[in-house]
Design a protein around this ligand. Structure first.
Ligand code: NDP
Length: 289
């Protein structure tokens, strides 16, 4: 998380304030469902909205975020990278990840952070029965995978192996996140199978899994994964991968805890208040239903 304590000096009695999620599309975003009950529970006079924004509208949207009365915004697909050129300052974590998911407005100055990193770390530490991991296999090389790799590094995972459809994107990830202990294998190769047998943590951070009958690799290969491994899918539903892993007796975590923890970390930055985690978790589960 950020080294700056952004929200701490805020006076939140004046209001009304506005917050929102910036993306294209945003209709499906669960962020309003998480944040509004948390704002209401703490008596903060603010509304959290969906701000549908195309790439050409992004500069104007960020200019609007500098207005008095706007506390900040979450940023989602596809703007997490493009937003970097439109804000004033970045946390070290966001700079390293090359992606921003939270923008805080402090008197017209915009500060960007990446709470996906802390969100993933908190989800794994909070939900898993296992305490330490030696070797993780990360599927995907997009913005979410970059946050996952940095979180794994922070959790002290000794070896992180990434596999991705696009070789170029995977190489970029490995090179730009050094000195994280991250290396690369080709998908569906013998090396990939060997990594499945070695992994004590397997993470799907691709966008594959939203629909039934799709999975990031052949599900029969789950037989290779050690029985005490943890399988995580960033998709916030029970994907085919998670269902098959659970059938094999593997421990699993879906994307909802990460979503809630990244939202809670963003809430703390926006408001300077302790986020009501249980309220956010219950609201997210309701919204998912
Ligand atoms: P990106 O668009 O940046 O990356 C998408 C990734 O999925 C890339 O690695 C891409 O590979 C891969 N991919 C897409 N389609 C295919 C396919 N048909 N076959 C193989 N690989 C494919 O998205 P993000 O990294 O931002 O998000 C990834 C997922 O994580 C999304 O589902 C998102 O909702 C989820 N997420 C969940 C969060 C949570 O809090 N639970 C937080 C952030 C994200 P390639 O590089 O080859 O295109």
């Amino acid at each position: 998380m950020s080294e700056r304590s952004i929200g701490s000096a805020r006076t939140l009695s004046a209001g009304p304030f506005r917050l929102g999620v910036i993306g294209d599309p945003v209709a499906h975003s669960l962020s309003p469902s998480l944040h509004q009950p948390a704002l209401d529970a703490l008596g903060i006079p603010a509304t959290y909205e969906r701000w549908h924004t195309t790439l050409s509208e992004l500069p104007g949207r960020l200019q609007f975020c500098r207005s008095a009365g706007v506390l900040g915004a979450n940023v989602t697909v596809p703007h997490k990278v493009a937003v970097i050129d439109l804000i004033d300052d970045l946390s070290p974590a966001a700079k390293r990840a090359g992606a921003v998911n939270t923008v805080v407005n402090q008197d017209g100055v915009l500060f960007g952070d990446n709470t996906d990193i802390a969100g993933f770390a908190a989800a794994v530490s909070g939900k898993s029965t296992r305490r330490t991991y030696n070797r993780a296999l990360v599927l995907g090389a997009g913005g979410a995978a970059r946050a996952v790799v940095l979180a794994l590094e922070a959790l002290g995972v000794g070896e992180i192996v990434v596999t991705n459809r696009s070789d170029i994107r995977a190489r970029e990830l490995v090179e730009s996140l050094a000195p994280a202990p991250v290396s690369l294998v080709h998908p569906n190769s013998n090396e990939f199978k060997r990594e499945l047998t070695n992994a004590d943590l397997v993470i799907n951070s691709t966008s594959i899994g939203w629909k039934p009958n799709e999975s990031p690799f052949e599900l029969a290969l789950l037989e290779l994964v050690p029985r005490d491994a943890l399988v995580v899918d960033l998709t916030y539903r029970q994907t085919d991968l998670l269902i098959a892993a659970a059938k094999q007796g593997l421990e699993t975590i879906d994307g909802l805890p990460m979503l809630v923890h990244q939202g809670a970390a963003a809430f703390a930055l926006f408001t300077g208040r302790q986020p009501p985690l249980e309220i956010m978790l219950a609201a997210a589960e309701d919204a998912r239903r």
